[in-house]
Design a protein around this ligand. Structure first.
Ligand SMILES: [Zn+2]
Length: 413
């Protein structure tokens, strides 16, 4: 099984400078790999292997590339070719795709060390901290909120600078399938390795750290189902044709079900590998609150399946999954707790009491996160996402499309 552990990192100023420098040079390398590819003749495009072989020559020409660790440089070449193959797959599926773009500093935020060039020192940090060394850069302190299991092999290590300026280090791990990772200590949870989720109406889910995952587009499938059902209604009951058509309808229904399940598998796997704790509304209570229209029931059934999967994956990957009281998550202000009624069409949360402004669903997701912490008996840390998310951040919310989830099987971290 492959999964990852992500930790908040606290590099010293000097090391942070090194990380920035490497990030920048890796970005230049990526752009050069792209340039080299784009400017090669159509019938003689270089592959990943060819470009890896070019690396020594590029280092001679541009000494700055010599600053990079060689395996990390290869991982950057690999990144370009991975993106290229994603693009190709999309094109094969009939999407209109452009070319891969040059990466600006705002877009290029992470560097991966593959197989070598890093060390982990679990003993050097005091109490809940550890150190990881990146070759040619130095030691980086991380908040070691959950230990890497003894049975796990570290395949790669990535450092990343988020838009907020915070650094993170994540370890790509692999274990035998029979090994089940332990859940992290409840005390080690904090607002940054945990997430609250609002099960949405407009978006599929909205996370407390500002990610939205959009609805799976089932428009075509639903249309086909309606069409087959219309045909069925015109057949004489208890005829061969009726029976045949009935099977046709069942087939389309199965197809839709499988598609939804597959999608939910991908989202839940992403959530439990990305976070140490995932909190979600308790649907039994939510259902009672909202009354039951038929559409609502159908929606509830889908969410119930989603939560069941989420809990199952939580046990499988060693991640806390808890359901919390859903009452008032939308009305309540995530910063000050004052309740303001909010009709469904009001998409913004704007608190008349403390002035906190954010997206309606983001506010609800933050409340879910806070309630999850209360439920686990944890105090609410001062360093909350509520304090860092501002109205302007809302525009930056990372929208993740359904097709992206289906294409890549995982969501960007
Ligand atoms: Zn408020």
């Amino acid at each position: 099984m492959e999964y990852s552990h992500r930790y908040r990192a606290y590099p010293s100023d000097e090391v942070a400078e090194g990380l920035e420098h490497h990030l920048n040079v890796h970005r230049q390398l990526y752009n050069h790999v792209r340039w080299d590819y784009e400017n090669s003749p159509e019938d003689d495009k270089p592959g990943e292997y060819d470009q890896n072989n070019e690396l020594p020559e590029w280092k001679r020409k541009w000494p700055v590339f010599g600053d990079l660790h060689s395996k990390a440089a290869q991982a950057t070449v690999a990144r370009f070719h991975r993106n290229l193959s994603h693009l190709r797959k999309k094109k094969e599926k009939g999407y209109t795709v452009g070319r891969l773009k040059r990466q600006s500093p705002a877009e290029y935020r992470s560097v991966t060390y593959n197989q070598s060039g890093f060390d982990l020192d679990e003993k050097r940090g005091h109490d809940k901290y550890a150190y990881v060394r990146f070759s040619k850069i130095g030691w980086v302190k991380i908040r070691y909120s959950r230990p890497i299991p003894d049975q796990a092999t570290i395949k790669e290590v990535t450092f990343k600078k988020e838009r907020t300026g915070e650094w993170f280090v994540s370890f790509g791990l692999e274990t035998d399938d029979e090994h089940i990772p332990e859940k992290p200590d409840v005390d080690s949870l904090d607002a940054r390795n945990s997430v609250g989720i609002d099960l949405g109406i407009l978006n599929y889910i909205h996370t407390s750290d500002g990610k939205t995952v959009e609805w799976l587009d089932l428009e075509d499938d639903s249309e086909r189902l309606r069409c087959e059902q219309r045909k069925l209604s015109r057949k004489v009951k208890v005829s061969d044709n009726y029976e045949k058509q009935r099977r046709e309808v069942a087939k389309v229904k199965r197809h839709i079900k499988r598609k939804v399940l597959d999608y939910q598998h991908k989202i839940t796997t992403w959530l439990v590998t990305e976070y140490d704790a995932v909190f979600v509304e308790d649907l039994d209570v939510a259902g009672m609150l909202q009354g039951d229209g038929n559409a609502r029931n159908k929606q509830d059934a889908a969410w119930r399946q989603f939560i069941t999967l989420l809990e199952y994956k939580g046990d499988l990957y060693g991640t806390h999954v808890k359901q919390v009281e859903p009452r008032g998550t939308t009305k309540e202000c995530a910063r000050c707790g004052v309740e303001t009624p909010k009709p469904i069409w009001v998409r913004e949360h704007s608190c008349p009491s403390c002035g906190f402004e954010t997206d309606r669903d983001a506010n609800a997701a933050m409340n879910v996160l806070q309630r999850g912490f209360e439920k686990l008996g944890l105090g609410w840390p001062e360093d909350t996402p509520v304090e860092t998310v501002t109205a302007t951040d809302t525009a930056d919310f990372q929208r993740v499309s359904a097709s992206h989830v289906l294409e890549t099987g995982s969501l960007p971290s």
